[in-house]
Design a protein around this ligand. Structure first.
Ligand code: ADP
Ligand code: MG
Length: 692
């Protein structure tokens, strides 16, 4: 049988009936899909040692002849053990495997094999426990599982690393037929490996350098796609129309003067950048980035005000119902006396500051254009809501907006114009990275907090100091303040020993603070219940709110001064910084307690970074250094990681190279007419990646 790239995997002999369904679960349908299933890490077993060189407690690969293979019952637990003795010119070593009696049929004395594994000291004798093994035969020149840099794939049920590697090794020859979609000129100019070679090396690298070269090619491809997509989206947008929103200077001034505080310089600059964009008849596509508490809402309000005064509608989308409700209440207050008609629309809650008869009617108010501003969750634009003259969409703390959603919005306006789009995020991605991540967006940054904010005192709290902190909590509450307690998960059977929110609630409610009223908030509550819990906390009826991370974004409770985070080491720095931003919103001194039982040096260092660093942007830079190219601060939240499998945001050089390659090509050929292979690749990329 001649196998081709398009061959269905179940028809490939090496795959077999049992493995095919598992591969399908991984989204692998054809041989080509299989080749495009990259390892997520590697183990380097390439250095083959003499048996005499092997040391206890270290990893090693050895090559030798099988002296003896036998099955035994272990004395203690009566487990079935397969034992083998392997020798080379320098000595011999024992290898054992549990529960694999069939090995005696596979391995025979006299045969030569490789063993890779960890050598352990057993009563003064060295042995390999469960090493990987691979026979050396006349027919097989190259090893797959040992004596090389070994690829490790993510798996699914009924599939082992060994099986997947074996299947891969059987079809890897097909890699030579992979057509390179990248124009030869780009490959040459950037010194890239051909795709077929890169694919081969990414699965079975000859050595570390060959692997690096392959990875660089794959990274280049990914980043090239991300950036082509962003640039083309930008082009497309430049051809679309939006309603120009005239700047109402006098009213804007009046509104700003009516605020109980002065805008920060950064707020003013951002506000102006947005207003200037709105004035154009091209759709704005702007990201407003600002640390928690930096005052993004007010800046958004400047845009809303101008839009409303021009007679157009704004849709304001919040990530959760709780937040939508809070925005509704806060923004209604800010616009008191301005005659701006505001509606709240979530599945659980429909309100407006104009009269309407029943829930059904609010849709009518929107359709008739009687509401200037509609606040809600994502459902706002996906559901049956029809706007009358939607000209501005604001997305608060949410993943980026895809091309698809944009299209949906377009259909919502009967004159074919697109609304202006303002996304807001508290994820402080360093500017250079943001421009790559959000290549199609313009960026406004609020890089300062309002003056007069007190620094939030952040402290790592070890178990023995917990009682002190509870005492302190009690004092603060006696002074009228309130407290957040955040726990990671809600399931009490959680095996990792993570504080479950319900357990924590019980403990605080019954044992520690029996006289206080304590609230419990988690994602499984019905939305009416959530609202009640939130309302009680807002009204200072409950003194402590025990919650899962649902309060993470946006919630503004000015009276809360303590943020206590249980098992703090379980959270990412970005998330911890977000939690901390929930307090310190008034003139009172606020505190953040990072409760941890961990002794792990890296966890503690990470928490120390947070304790020392108060500015989200600095924290982002630090985290970048700290964690290295692994997980960049906050990126998970941005949804960016969905697009990149291999490339990292710290791959500056490849980012730069791919960026200029994209710019060069699009400058010459904006529609990619002469580059059908790039176009095709782009289409596949669009369907592979989940765009939010
Ligand atoms: P975020 O950027 O996290 O969304 P918010 O918009 O919720 O922040 O603002 C946080 C708090 O700061 C709000 O209570 C808001 O009224 C207040 N605030 C906003 N701008 C200023 C300012 N320039 N001076 C003082 N307080 C401000
Ligand atoms: Mg906010």
């Amino acid at each position: 049988m001649i196998v081709t790239l398009k061959h269905k995997i179940e028809n490939i002999t090496a795959v077999g009936k049992r493995i095919a369904p598992a591969l399908k679960k991984l989204g692998i349908v054809t041989a080509e899909d299989l080749l495009n299933y990259w390892p997520f890490r590697y183990e380097d077993w390439s250095r083959v040692k003499n048996i005499a060189e092997v040391e206890a407690g270290t990893n090693a690969t050895v090559k030798g002849q099988i002296e003896l293979v036998q099955n035994k019952r272990s004395q203690w637990k009566k487990r079935l053990v397969t034992e083998a003795i392997i020798s080379d010119e320098t000595g011999s070593i024992k290898a054992i495997w549990f529960h694999q009696p069939y090995l005696v049929r596979n391995l025979h004395p006299g045969e030569h094999i490789f063993l890779s594994g960890k050598a352990e000291d057993k009563n003064g004798e060295l042995q390999f426990v469960h090493p990987n093994y691979e026979k050396i035969t006349r027919y097989k020149k190259e090893t797959t599982h040992t004596a090389r840099i070994v690829p490790i794939y993510s798996l699914t049920k009924n599939l082992t690393e060994k099986q997947l590697r074996y299947v891969m090794s059987q079809i890897i020859g097909l890699a030579q037929y992979i057509k390179d979609w990248l124009p030869a000129e780009i490959i040459k100019k950037n010194n890239l490996a051909p795709l077929s070679a890169a694919v081969r090396q990414i699965h079975f690298p000859d050595n570390q350098q060959a692997l690096n070269t392959a990875l660089e090619r794959i990274k280049f491809d990914e980043l090239f796609m991300v950036q082509t997509r962003a640039q083309m989206a930008k082009q497309l947008l430049a051809q679309s129309r939006a309603k120009a929103i005239e700047f109402k200077e006098k009213e804007t001034k009046k509104f700003v003067d009516s605020l109980p505080f002065f805008l920060t310089k950064a707020q003013k600059i951002s506000g102006w950048e947005i207003i200037r964009d709105l004035g154009k008849d091209r759709p704005m596509n702007r990201l407003l980035e600002g640390d928690v508490g930096s005052g993004k809402t007010i800046v958004a309000c400047l845009a809303i005000l101008n839009t409303a005064l021009n007679g157009f509608q704004t849709a304001y989308m919040a990530p959760t119902e709780i937040l939508a409700r809070q925005h509704y209440e806060n923004i209604s207050k800010l616009f008191a006396g301005w005659g701006i008609k505001i509606g709240l629309l979530t599945s659980a809650d429909k309100r407006a500051n104009v009269a309407f008869e029943n829930d059904k009617d609010i849709y009518e108010l929107i359709t008739n254009g009687e509401l200037d501003l509609i606040i809600g969750t994502h459902a706002l634009i996906q559901s049956k809501v029809n706007f009358n003259k939607l000209s501005l969409v604001i997305i608060d703390e949410q993943h980026r907006f895809g091309v698809e959603q944009r299209k949906q919005l377009k259909q919502k306006n009967n004159d074919g114009t697109l609304p202006h789009l303002l996304s807001m995020t508290a994820t402080p991605i360093p500017r250079s990275l943001a421009l790559t991540v959000y290549g199609d967006l313009d960026l406004s940054v609020i890089n300062e907090l309002p003056i007069g904010r007190k620094e939030i005192l952040t402290e790592i709290v070890a178990p023995e100091r917990r009682p002190d902190k509870y005492k302190f909590v009690m004092e603060q509450i006696k002074n009228g303040r309130q407290v957040f307690v955040i726990c990671p998960l809600i399931d009490p059977s959680d095996k990792l020993g993570v504080k479950a929110v319900k357990d924590e609630y019980e403990k605080l409610d019954k044992k520690i603070f029996p006289d206080l009223k304590i609230g419990l908030m988690h994602g499984k509550l019905k939305s009416g219940e959530k609202e009640k819990v939130m309302a009680e906390f807002l009204e200072n009826e409950t003194k402590i709110l025990v919650s899962t991370p649902v309060v993470e974004v946006g919630i503004d409770i000015q009276n809360a001064t303590i943020m206590m985070i249980e098992s703090a080491e379980r959270f990412g720095l970005a998330q911890l910084h977000q939690f901390r931003g929930r307090v310190g919103r008034s003139q009172e001194q606020s505190y953040c307690f990072l409760m941890t039982e961990s002794n792990d040096i890296n966890s503690i260092r990470r928490l120390q970074t947070l304790a020392q660093c108060k500015n989200g942007f600095d924290l982002a830079e630090k985290d970048l250094e700290f964690r290295g190219p692994g997980e960049v601060y906050g990126i998970r939240q941005s949804g960016y990681n969905d697009q990149l499998k291999v490339a990292k945001l710290t791959d500056y050089i490849v980012i730069k190279k791919s960026k200029s390659a994209v710019e060069e090509i699009l400058a010459r050929d904006p529609a990619l007419t002469n580059y059908p292979s790039i176009k095709e690749r782009l289409k596949k990329f669009e369907t592979d990646v989940h765009w939010e």
